[in-house]
Design a binder for this molecule. Structure first.
Ligand code: PMP
Length: 413
């Protein structure tokens, strides 16, 4: 007999009340925010935690012997521990705070690259990467004389796994791949990608920028070597991000930046470096950011990632069905395995014009190449209109989007 664990149904109206910005108006109309893939909105708990920190707890961390500095340090380190629990890493010192996903990838490309890449070595990425998982690798490959290899995608917007298998060789030093595509919504089979790379002794970085707000991440279960994400995309503040790395890699890599905090001893002759995670955290960190991020992750955990995923699946199915009823609308990214992102085009119209008209109706969507120009080139399009959903998105938001898009298409034709 199979036991079914009932997934709790979220009260979306109650959740919306947690987000002050959703109570505001845009262009005289209630805000319909459908750009959560670019940055999600913040619950009151996160906003309050940040102000409370500045009102009563602020001092620099890891330095003062005085009470206030210790309190700030404890609050900051609690943020780190909350990240550890959220991604289930084995050790707290495997969690490095950065400015965001972009900086996390740059850190690995630079430090891993300096240590392990040589002339003729190869780095594998995919054709659906965000620019931040392309350019840092191009830069280090250029510096080291290494070669960037790209896993192609099919028309649905899925990586072609057999091609990936063919690309892996004795020269491959690292694979760096996005978990969920920000332009298409495709969820990549990262577990299989990691397993295959590991069979050949190759480490894998997963860009989780779009994944952490939709799916449960367990870095131990995935056995991933590096996992990166940004606070602002998971209901947390801007300016803070995470690099998870296995100790064995972080220990082996040289530091990223030099300065305070990352050193053990300094003399003009020789400097020794601090332990993890501080070796990679030069200078005063984003203390309030780490606190806010911790609260954001707690918020998600309290709601339940299964329940969030269930709600977002409903939004994706409903939105896809309704949008496809619009004459001339084509969805870009049609994998069966998708997160709640819908990219589309309408025959005879430009995405920018659709976005501009929607804005007049108080509906915020993204238009353009979404920092994935090579992927747009693959489809032979300048960009798309992208609607992306989060836990606070309601069915009414989608109805407004569909009505708005219909109207915009009529006006433009
Ligand atoms: N990777 C993906 C898939 C993204 O969607 C983004 C942000 N759009 C990034 C990386 C970079 O994130 P950030 O700008 O927060 O550093």
């Amino acid at each position: 007999m199979t036991t079914l664990t009932a997934i709790k149904k979220l009260n979306i109206q109650q959740i919306r009340n947690d987000f002050p910005i959703l109570q505001t108006e845009m262009r005289g109309k209630p805000l319909v925010f459908l750009d959560s893939a670019a940055s999600s909105q913040k619950p009151k708990g996160v906003i309050d935690a940040i102000s409370q920190y500045y009102e009563s707890q602020h001092a620099n961390v890891h330095r003062g012997v005085y009470e206030l500095s210790q309190e700030a340090t404890d609050a900051f380190e609690l943020g780190r521990e909350r990240v550890r629990a959220f991604i289930n890493s084995e050790f707290t010192d495997e969690v490095i705070f950065t400015r965001g996903c972009t900086e996390s990838i740059n850190l690995v490309a630079s430090c891993f690259g300096k240590k392990f890449l040589n002339k003729g070595d190869e780095v594998i990425i995919s054709a659906m990467e965000h620019h931040s998982n392309i350019v840092p690798w191009q830069m280090i490959c250029e510096e080291k004389g290494a070669i960037l290899k790209v896993i192609p995608v099919n028309e649905k917007g899925e990586i072609i796994f057999e091609e990936y298998e063919k690309l892996l060789s004795d020269r491959t030093k690292i694979v760096s791949i996005v978990h969920i595509s920000n332009s298409l919504g495709t969820i990549n089979p990262i577990k299989a990608v990691i397993e295959l790379a590991h069979e050949r002794g190759v480490p894998v970085l997963v860009d989780g920028a779009q994944a952490t707000l939709h799916t449960k991440i367990d870095v131990q279960e995935l056995d991933v070597d590096f996992y990166t994400f940004s606070g602002h995309k998971v209901y947390g503040p801007t300016g803070i991000g995470v690099l998870y790395g296995k100790r064995k890699w972080l220990d082996a890599m040289p530091p990223y930046q030099g300065g305070g905090e990352m050193i053990k001893t300094v003399s003009f002759e020789k400097t020794t470096y601090n332990e993890l995670p501080f070796k990679f955290e030069a200078g005063t960190p984003d203390i309030s950011g780490a606190i806010g991020l911790g609260i954001a992750l707690k918020y998600i955990t309290d709601l339940g990632l299964d329940a969030i995923a269930e709600h977002e699946k409903e939004l994706l199915e409903y939105g896809t069905k309704k949008l496809l009823e619009i004459d001339g609308l084509r969805i870009i990214g049609t994998s069966e395995n998708k997160a709640s992102v819908i990219s589309f085009l309408i025959d005879g119209t430009h995405p920018y014009d659709i976005g501009t008209i929607l804005d007049k109706m108080g509906i915020a969507v993204r238009t353009g190449h979404h920092c994935t120009q090579p992927l747009m080139d693959f489809y032979g399009i300048p960009g798309t209109v992208r609607a992306s959903f989060a836990v606070y998105t309601s069915i009414e938001d989608i109805d407004k989007l569909v009505a708005g898009v219909e109207r915009a298409a009529r006006m433009l034709r």
